[in-house]
Design a protein. Structure first.
Length: 316
């Protein structure tokens, strides 16, 4: 484990129907561990797959739920089981998290890949995601909520209409201390915490739209960041297994624990994956409110999040 002076301790605890940040107390880092950090529906599984392809340098299907666990997840295996499995890994390890940065203890020798996506695209994708949960999954989430003394209520009801969902996401909090984000957390607070890590050597910032536009280039950046040596030819071959369509086709094998919670499995989890589909769906008032809330972010970060500037290409 890293020396205590090589860390910045978490300052916030987050508990939702899906997550409990206290589970991270069981994490024991190794040098060059990789933490993939995203707001939901920002390309999490995409980057998990990319990282696994780079580490193992094979296109074989790998169980990402097991190899790259969602550490704070409340709907999967007990944390003790996650820890035992994770400690047994001898290769470079990776973890998935949806926690804001202030909910994590940050280690100097751990590498963090943060994926950013336009919040309007996220909201539309997350609406489909939430509406695709199976009845059994919702029942489980309801039970978690009723038994958690910080929630004491079932999982929020998800509006049928995407515009209604966007309005609720913008105006209704899921947890105390926030102003929006239901049924998850505030997107604006989330990205605000990560914007504070710009310039840190152990952070790489990737944009979802850049993954779409030039997957090979983004994979090369990630390989350099996690210190994986790989030839152009091998990288080009592996990139064919990291397309959205490939993940959709093999999603039930890539993330079997996750997809079983969704109607139609991987087809319910991996919906469309394209950006800009929100245009013409949300009200002008809500889009104006979105822009106002986004002002909590630094201007350069805000413009980049909305794809108004070119790829940052690094942590700068």
């Amino acid at each position: 484990m890293h020396p205590t002076d090589d860390r910045i301790s978490a300052t916030q605890t987050y508990r939702t129907w899906l997550m409990d940040s206290r589970r991270w107390e069981a994490y024991r880092p190794r040098k060059n561990d990789i933490v993939i950090t995203t707001y939901p529906k920002s390309g999490t599984t995409w980057v998990q797959r990319i990282v696994s392809l780079l580490i193992f340098q094979t296109s074989d299907i790998i169980n990402l739920d097991r190899i790259c666990p969602w550490w704070e997840r409340r709907t999967g295996a007990p944390i003790e089981e996650i820890v035992l499995d994770f400690e047994a890994q001898l290769h470079q390890r990776s973890i998935k998290t949806h926690l804001p940065l202030d909910g994590l203890t940050i280690y100097d020798q751990t590498k963090y890949i943060h994926v950013v996506r336009d919040g309007r695209d996220i909201a539309l994708s997350y609406h489909n995601h939430c509406r695709s949960h199976t009845r059994e999954s919702i029942k489980h989430l309801n039970k978690i909520g009723m038994e958690d003394d910080t929630l004491l209520r079932p999982y929020p009801e998800i509006p049928k209409d995407s515009a209604d969902f966007f309005h609720k996401w913008l105006t209704t909090p899921a947890i105390d201390g926030q102003s929006e984000g239901s049924p998850f957390l505030s997107y604006f607070n989330y990205e605000k915490t990560y914007a504070q890590a710009l310039g840190k050597d152990n952070f790489l910032f990737i944009h979802y739209d850049d993954l779409q536009a030039n997957l090979l280039n983004e994979m090369e950046k990630i390989a350099d960041f996690i210190n994986v040596s790989i030839s152009k030819n091998v990288l080009s071959t592996l990139a064919k297994s990291a397309t959205f369509k490939e993940m959709q086709n093999y999603g039930d094998d890539l993330i079997p624990i996750t997809t079983k919670n969704f109607i139609n499995g991987a087809l319910g989890f991996f919906n469309v994956g394209k950006s800009g589909r929100w245009k013409g769906l949300f009200s002008k008032e809500d889009l104006r409110l979105f822009d106002e809330k986004l002002l909590v972010l630094p201007e350069h970060y805000r413009k980049w999040a909305l794809s108004e500037t070119h790829s940052r290409g690094s942590n700068s």
